[in-house]
Design a protein around this ligand. Structure first.
Ligand SMILES: Cc1ncc(C[n+]2csc(CCOP(=O)(O)OP(=O)(O)O)c2C)c(N)n1
Ligand SMILES: [Mg+2]
Length: 415
């Protein structure tokens, strides 16, 4: 008798919607600015945000007009400041990539297409709030006033690098701006942010923490630990998943069984919102709302920031190997700079001439900072930081075994 065929479970491995040579696939966005209410931040429950987690908060429509309950009614000056920081980030990134390609620094990561995330969200905070970024939110430092020369010196890892080459480029650390050192192991910042928020809560301080995690990194355990602590202890924290569709060459569909990241927060009983991440006004407004919740003791907010990584993952990556070349043109979220610029022009508070002037001015600013920074050394030409710095900065009193090694190094140098 023939053996009965046994049913065997097979592993399901989702494939990316489109690979090189395929037609890019993004469904058109149906959400409009007036679709979702703005609940009272102080009394809002997770259940009240069910539609917000499954929908998409927008303020700017496809014609760059602002409307709906989430419109933060920012002044033209505030909008122009946001635009300026986003343009600064883009031009800065271009210059740093040129430096990397000419061997002046070792590695680089751009925020191309995602400049709005750090700029709008940091502008919505108070200056005492703590920032736990990934490598894709360096623009928060511009909002907090960091000197550009110091940022470039860090990326080079030269004598004036404030962390003396102890981190990869773009893994900035900016103490006075409360911008916590970027962690190379992805996702770790999520639970750190919740922990610091719990400490602020315990001390009764008017501070909140904001943190971001990528779609890919949200598959790490740290994401879930953080949400669970946030759910239980209700600390003042804003937890953002930046869904930029890709985690290097891996599509977002490999990090979540559903195409929605925001709704995961509902099962932790944390109010959760999905927001158009290339809409400056919507992102500012949702973050302000989350900050109001944090400050009032209402607890954490979980936000999916929907955007698109328009550039390569890093200077070591070539996306033409794994996704259609023209994918960014089909992305329905558009370009965050173009959208805010178009909005300002539509309300009569900006012009193409002013935009050109802004770009030229920032180009000169970046060029001047670059020239200043390389005076302290670059990768191609030196001078290089002293090897002595290997032994400093970690211990206040150097332990005997390190002192021995340092003495030996000096002896080998003939000192
Ligand atoms: C724990 C850990 N695993 C793997 C890596 C290597 N790595 C660096 S970035 C990255 C992709 C992250 O993608 P995502 O979280 O979507 O963030 P994005 O780069 O898109 O902003 C990976 C796998 C790492 N740095 N840390
Ligand atoms: Mg990603």
């Amino acid at each position: 008798m023939a053996a009965k065929k046994k049913r065997v479970a097979t592993i399901q491995v989702p494939t990316a919607p489109a690979r090189p040579g395929d037609k890019p696939k993004f469904a058109a966005w149906t959400h409009q600015p007036g679709d979702l209410s703005r609940p009272d931040p102080l009394t809002c429950t997770a259940a009240d945000t069910t539609d917000h987690a499954h929908g998409l908060v927008r303020v700017l429509d496809d014609d760059a007009k602002a409307s709906g309950p989430w419109n933060p009614d920012l002044s033209p000056d505030e909008l122009r400041t946001g635009l300026e920081h986003m343009v600064r980030m883009r031009i800065f990134d271009d210059r740093m990539m040129k430096m990397q390609r000419t061997g002046k620094l070792s590695f680089y990561m751009r925020s191309l297409g995602e400049e709005c995330v750090a700029v709008a969200q940091t502008m919505a905070l108070e200056t005492q709030d703590w920032i736990f970024p990934t490598y894709r939110q360096p623009a928060a430092q511009f909002v907090r006033g960091r000197d550009m020369v110091s940022m470039i010196c860090h990326c080079i890892g030269n004598e004036k690098d404030n962390i003396l080459g102890r981190q990869m480029p773009v893994h900035y650390s900016y103490r006075t701006g409360r911008y916590i050192s970027v962690s190379s192991p992805v996702a770790t910042q999520f639970s750190q942010a919740v922990g610091v928020a719990m400490a602020s809560q315990y001390k009764g301080l008017d501070e909140c923490c904001i943190t971001w995690i990528g779609d890919g990194a949200s598959a790490e355990g740290d994401y879930h630990y953080a949400l669970n602590f946030a759910s239980v202890f209700k600390p003042p924290v804003i937890l953002n998943i930046v869904n930029n569709q890709w985690a290097i060459s891996t599509h977002a569909n490999l990090a979540s069984g559903s195409s929605n990241f925001a709704a995961r927060g509902l099962s932790y009983d944390v109010p959760s919102i999905r927001v158009d991440g290339n809409d400056f006004l919507a992102l500012y407004s949702v973050t302000k709302w989350a900050r109001e919740r944090a400050a009032s003791g209402a607890g954490a907010t979980h936000i999916e920031v929907l955007t698109y990584r328009a550039g390569a993952h890093s200077s070591s990556d070539d996306p033409s190997k794994y996704r259609p070349k023209d994918e960014d043109e089909v992305w329905p979220g558009g370009d965050p700079i173009e959208r805010l610029k178009a909005h300002l022009i539509s309300i009569g508070k900006w012009s193409e001439e002013q935009q050109n002037e802004l770009e030229e001015g920032i180009d000169s600013e970046v060029m001047a900072a670059y020239k200043e920074a390389v005076k302290f050394g670059d990768l191609a030409n030196g001078p290089y930081p002293s090897s002595d710095s290997i032994f400093t900065e970690v211990y206040e009193d150097i332990p005997w075994h390190l002192q021995e090694q340092w003495d030996e190094m000096k002896r080998l140098r003939g000192e």
